[in-house]
Design a protein around this ligand. Structure first.
Ligand code: Q0N
Length: 314
């Protein structure tokens, strides 16, 4: 394994590049009227707090996984990916008009879906079978839209509320697309021993009025990844990627409030290894090959690119 290269989360200063938005661990810049640059940092958040210690290459793992899924879901839905940059953490993307709903798909009952079910027997208006256990697999995947509340937290909304935001027709289309992309991802991940319990998608419209898949896709930051070999319904599941960090942070007696603890070298190394393992299991590509040429995950070499070169072309 080559030494992990630490690069800044932000591209080199360039007066042409305007900062558009910033998430807890990602930033978005404007390249021109049609294109954005999405940069994934190595920052990690746990219990909703960004920790002071970074996980080397985490941003590259997430960028590569998203690229892999974009390439493999094109037949279901066009997407915003134009290019992965050679740094492996930056994605050039088509600029879209984003929908103001987050498209969550749940295949298993966890997190806020489980909490809603305990309180009401339903989640986002889906009547679920009685007597379900925490983390249990649902009879079929369900679509549970959410919005960013003023607190910055995601808030589950009913399908009727989501339809008020985007229109009933658009909502029906993103529901169908979201479930189809999730089913492809969950089946692929399961074959590699990873349960994709749930995931969040974002869509936008391009200039021609097409619905396009955007953001990051089926990464550990936008999804729950569980190791299949210790899956057991009736309790919360270990996180494939963040469990060492959670266990370590709790062993220190951290109260889960800002600021979070510094991580030990062991925890950093173990966590980095879990991210790389998820990348390699899902993509089938050695992470060293991704570092040498990120385009390997797109199933097209840098040399001999066919078509227009747009992964997301319709
Ligand atoms: C964009 N975010 C993340 C929507 C925004 N391809 C794109 N074109 C234009 N804007 C964005 C993308 C992408 N990806 C995505 N911000 C800007 C934040 N979401 C939160 C929910 O609402």
């Amino acid at each position: 394994m080559p030494e992990a290269v630490q690069t800044p989360a932000t591209p080199p200063p360039d007066p042409q590049v305007r900062h558009v938005a910033s998430g807890k661990v990602r930033e978005i810049f404007e390249l021109d009227a049609e294109r954005l640059l999405l940069v994934a940092s190595d920052r990690i958040s746990v219990f909703d707090v960004v920790l002071p210690t970074e996980i080397p290459d985490k941003g590259r793992v997430l960028t590569g996984l998203s690229g892999f899924w974009f390439a493999r879901t094109r037949s279901i839905c066009p997407n915003h990916l134009l290019e992965l940059r050679p740094d492996g953490r930056s994605t050039e993307a088509r600029r879209l008009t984003m929908l103001p709903v987050e498209c969550v798909v749940r295949g298993y009952l966890a997190g806020s879906g489980w909490k809603d079910y305990l309180r009401t027997g339903t989640t986002s208006g889906h009547a679920l079978p009685p007597g379900m256990l925490e983390s249990q697999r649902l009879p079929a995947p369900i679509f549970t839209p959410s919005t960013k509340a003023r607190t910055g937290h995601d808030e589950n909304i009913s399908k009727a509320q989501a339809a008020d935001l985007v229109g009933a027709d658009v909502l029906e289309r993103v529901e169908r697309l979201s479930i189809a992309v999730y089913e492809l991802g969950a089946e692929h991940a399961a074959a590699q021993g990873i349960i994709l319990a749930d995931t969040k998608f974002e869509f936008g419209f391009d200039g021609e009025g097409r619905l396009v898949l955007a953001d990051e896709v089926m990464t550990p930051d936008s999804s729950r990844f569980w190791p299949a070999d210790d899956y057991e319904p009736g309790r919360p599941q270990a996180s494939f990627d963040k469990q060492y960090v959670r266990d370590y942070a709790e062993s220190l007696g951290w109260d889960k409030a800002y600021p979070g603890p510094e991580l030990s070298e062991d925890v950093v190394a173990g966590t980095r290894a879990r991210y790389v393992e998820a990348f390699e299991r899902i993509t089938g590509v050695p992470f060293t090959a991704y570092l040498a040429d990120p385009a390997v995950v797109l199933g097209r070499g840098r040399a001999g690119q066919g078509g227009s070169g747009l992964v997301g072309e319709a």
